[in-house]
Design a protein around this ligand. Sequence first.
Ligand SMILES: Cc1ncc(COP(=O)(O)O)c(C=O)c1O
Length: 400
Amino acid sequence: MSIFANVDMAPGDPILGLTETYRADPRKEKVNLGVGIYVDDAGKVPVLEAVRRVGETLAHANAPSSYLPIDGLAAYNRETQKLVFGADSALLAAGRVATAQTIGGSGALRVGADLLKQVLGDKAHLAASKPTWGNHHAVFKAAGFKLSDYRYYDDASHGLDFAGMLEDLGKLEPGTVVLLHACCHNPTGVDPSAAQWQQIAALLKDRGLLPFVDMAYQGFDKDAVADATAVRVLADSGIPAFVVANSYSKSFSLYGERVGALSFVGADRGEAERLLSHIKTTIRTIYSSPATHGGKLVAGVLESPELHALWERELGAMRERIHAMRAAFVDKLAALGAPDFGFVNAQAGMFSYSGLSKAQVDRLREEYAIYALSSGRICVAALNTGNIDYVTRAVAAVCR
Ligand SMILES: Cc1ncc(COP(=O)(O)O)c(C=O)c1O
């Protein structure tokens, strides 16, 4: 008898499981609004020209594939710090930021969670928005955290329950880690305004809470600078310490290269140096060092003023296409006499909490081969000029 005979089947990932069902669906006209991937108007994951050019140079260089340092490529970390904190950041000038290249944004979350657990011990407690990306709970739970949530999304207004959020954050024990989405909140698409971030930062500082900012969609709402407002506000707030996990999966369309970074902000240069030493020992015990190719692609783009500018334009084009699809979704549904979906225009990033019920989502899948999450989350970045009429007609039908 095998040692593994009693191992049960693990529950499948709801989002990836939905994609498998979608792939197996034999119907010709089908649309996957479930997964968080940006596709272009032809339904393809784009290869950004700025990235392609660096890739071409790398291919010609034919460099041997040695190990990277534990914390990754120095140029990658330097450019990441500038993008996340701002080139003129006082925190960077003061040497208060410790950054390491990681295996995607997910790797940054896990390394960060593991390190925080080492520091906080039995007190490790994460408060995340209700709702949040499902993997947040899974990652912090696996790292040994207790979990709770704070109010965030307001069903009635399809917007932010800001008063509820502040009230819940205000009740947390000092030292609680508070997970915040920098922008393009997944799954709702609802973000605090700059003024609200100021209030949130002041409260976090007053209560002695530790912000952990997850920035997976920088540049998908306004631009790379404006979308980092949460980080910049925290930096200016005088809060002594916070953490940022960022991902280039979406902003560079490099999903499979697993490019992310983890930054710990400490009270001073010495604290940052000590934190970096622990980030490195944590990485060493999980995957030893990050992957070379994706790191070189991102660093190559960000380091070159010309390619950096080209990337910003390409990111802008992705963003504009999403905005256009939001507007088309809202307008076409209005023209079809559906209930008002105007709130979708106010939401940011790839996702929208559409307000569709589970029963309506089920009907979309069963009757129209349109796949969305049972929460009603749809990926607006999967809409295109070829499927928008089909999708809006189907949505209007299930709303009737
Ligand atoms: C909110 C959020 N954080 C982190 C990630 C992880 O990004 P990565 O694919 O780089 O691991 C995602 C990816 O979907 C996400 O939506």
